[in-house]
Each structure stands twice: as structure tokens, then as C-alpha cells.
Design a protein around this ligand. Structure first.
Ligand SMILES: C[S@@+](CC[C@H](N)C(=O)[O-])C[C@H]1O[C@@H](n2cnc3c(N)ncnc32)[C@H](O)[C@@H]1O
Length: 296
């Protein structure tokens, strides 16, 4: 989730190398546990045999949960990282769902299939689109009018301090608070029907999975394979990466960075201007009410 946390450190410290080690511990590459994923999926209330697109599918964590919740679903997963797609395909074969999944390497901005889906999932990559609103705009053509969208989005639990921004290498306006994200989604022509804010336990479980995966890679897999067989990667190097990953979380962003998952329904285009005006008016009234409350 904290996508640029490690870039100032060393080559192996990319999200790809970290997340590739978590595939059997925490296949959802975001701070979301199984119960939360199931609850979010229950709120999609799709019909039988839905067609699903997962944009930025990572290791396929959401896809496999969707296939469990909807046993007749078929899913296309797209991610720009080839090694994630290879793992997702291998896992699909292991689970016997290769014929219900189509994992493809591609760029979310230009390689999405020319089809409208019952459910579009896009969790943890709004930055690739330039933010939440452009992401929703970009993905709308891939969703049927009566479809559902699941989005996952970083947010601020509270105002980040300078050290947190430096460690995450982001600007203050990269994220917003939960409430503001919901308002923004509503103004962008969507009906939010469910929202889940990740708990501190979900964050801890996710980051510990990354730390455990890196430690296992360094101490078991790499040493067992003989270090010289993996050019440029050494046990101490991975342990240092693991330590800076853990430190950035504990000393940098642990309390400030949040994550939310929303289920959305698209609104008919002809209603959007009216609803937008209504949303804006209500948000203005709430802001004025808040200001006068603070003044008194
Ligand atoms: C935080 S991970 C989340 C993965 C997955 N959605 C999940 O929740 O488990 C973000 C994913 O987006 C992918 N990604 C980022 N930019 C992308 C782009 N332009 N096109 C396709 N995938 C992209 C990354 O490779 C990574 O797998």
C-alpha cells in the first residue's frame, strides 16, 4: 500500500519484491482481512454468473475471493507486474479455476478489455490514474449501468506530520480523510452503498505479513538456495530492506495513513448535474454549520 516508502533505500526494496514474498501469507496487497473482504463482497449483491474485471489485480487476492463468493463468476485480472500475473495464473491452476480466470499483464490506463462488466474492482492504485476522481472517470466505461464498483483508497486518519510525508514521499493532498472521500465520490456521480475503513489490526497484519515474508526470503529461501544464485540480492540486503520497511511503518505512517474500501453504484448520467448540485449544497451547509459551531 505505501507505494513509494522504500524507493530511497535500495534496489530490491520495491513493492514488487516485497509483495511477492507475501503471496501465501496475505494475498490481498492491502490492509484488509478475510472477514472485511467477504463483507464488502456481500454488499455487491450481484446476480448469477457475473463478469468481473480486477484492475491492478496484484497477486489475484480479490479475484479468488470473488470466485468463492460467486461460484459462477468469471474474472479478468490486469496488472502491469508480470511476476504477479504469473503467480496469479499458477494459483488459479492450483485452485482448479484456470478456466474461470483470465490474468493478463497490462497497463490499467490503456490495456483494459473492450467489455462492460458487472463488477469492476480497483484497489490501491488511484495514483496511477492521477487520483480518485480521474480513476472513477476512467473506469466508468468498463462498468454496466447496473454494475458495481469496488475501490480501495489510501486516506489520512489524521493530519500527517512532515516526517510521515517524507517517509511516504507523498504530498499532503495525496490523500484525504474518509468523510471527504465519500463526499467526493458522491459529487463525481456515484452512489456509495458501503464503506469499510481498515482497522489498526488489519494494517498491522498486512505490514507484519510483508516483514515476515521478507525475513523468510532472507533466512530460509535465499540461504537455502545459495546466495550467489540470485545476482544482486543478499541475505543482509533483504534483512535491511525488511528493517527499513518495518521502521517506516512504526516510526513514520502507522497512525496517520488509513485505507478505505467502498462499494459504489453508478448513477444515470442525466441525474448527475442535479445530484451534484444537491450534494454540493448539503456539503456547504455542513461546512457552514461546522464553522459556526466552532466559532460559538
Ligand atoms: C496496492 S497493490 C494492490 C493489488 C490488488 N488490487 C490488491 O488489493 O490485492 C497495487 C497494484 O496495482 C498495480 N498497478 C499500479 N499501477 C498500475 C497500472 N498503471 N496498470 C496496471 N497495474 C498497476 C501494481 O502492480 C500493484 O499490483
Amino acid at each position: 500500500m505505501p507505494q513509494r516508502t522504500m524507493t530511497w533505500q535500495m534496489d530490491i526494496a520495491s513493492d514488487e519484491s516485497v509483495w511477492n514474498q507475501t503471496h501465501d501469507i496475505h494475498p490481498i496487497l492491502n490492509p484488509l482481512d478475510d472477514t472485511s473482504v467477504r463483507r464488502v463482497l456481500e454488499r455487491t449483491r450481484l446476480g448469477p454468473a457475473p463478469r468481473v474485471l480486477d484492475v491492478g489485480c496484484g497477486l489475484g487476492g480479490w479475484v479468488f475471493k470473488i470466485l468463492e463468493s460467486y461460484p459462477e463468476a468469471t474474472c479478468v485480472g490486469v496488472d502491469m507486474v508480470e511476476s504477479f500475473i504469473e503467480r496469479a495464473r499458477a494459483e488459479a491452476a492450483d485452485r482448479g479455476v484456470g478456466d474461470r480466470t483470465d490474468f493478463r499483464t497490462g497497463d490499467a490506463l490503456k490495456d483494459l478489455p473492450d467489455e462492460r462488466f458487472d463488477l469492476v474492482v480497483c484497489a490501491g492504485l488511484s495514483e496511477a490514474f492521477g487520483g480518485l476522481e480521474p480513476m472513477l472517470h476512467h473506469l466508468r466505461p468498463y462498468l454496466k449501468n447496473d454494475g458495481r464498483m469496488i475501490i480501495g483508497q489510501g486516506l489520512w486518519n489524521h493530519e500527517p506530520d512532515e516526517e510521515c510525508l517524507r517517509i511516504l514521499d507523498v504530498d499532503r493532498d495525496t490523500h484525504m480523510p474518509f468523510e471527504q472521500a465519500v463526499d467526493m465520490i458522491a459529487c463525481a456521480g456515484w452512489a456509495p452503498v458501503y464503506g469499510h475503513k481498515s482497522t489498526e489490526q488489519e494494517w498491522d497484519d498486512f505490514i507484519w505479513a510483508c516483514v515476515e515474508g521478507l525475513t523468510r526470503w532472507a533466512l530460509d529461501d535465499l540461504r537455502g538456495a545459495g546466495e550467489q544464485q540470485v545476482p544482486g540480492v543478499s541475505t543482509p540486503g533483504i534483512l535491511l530492506t525488511m528493517s527499513s520497511y518495518r521502521r517506516a511503518w512504526l516510526h513514520g505512517y502507522r497512525s496517520a495513513l488509513g485505507y478505505a474500501t467502498f462499494v459504489l453504484r453508478p448513477l444515470p448520467p442525466q441525474w448527475i448535474p442535479l445530484l451534484f448540485a444537491g450534494e454540493l449544497a448539503q456539503q456547504t451547509w455542513s461546512a457552514q454549520g461546522q464553522a459556526s459551531h466552532e466559532d460559538s
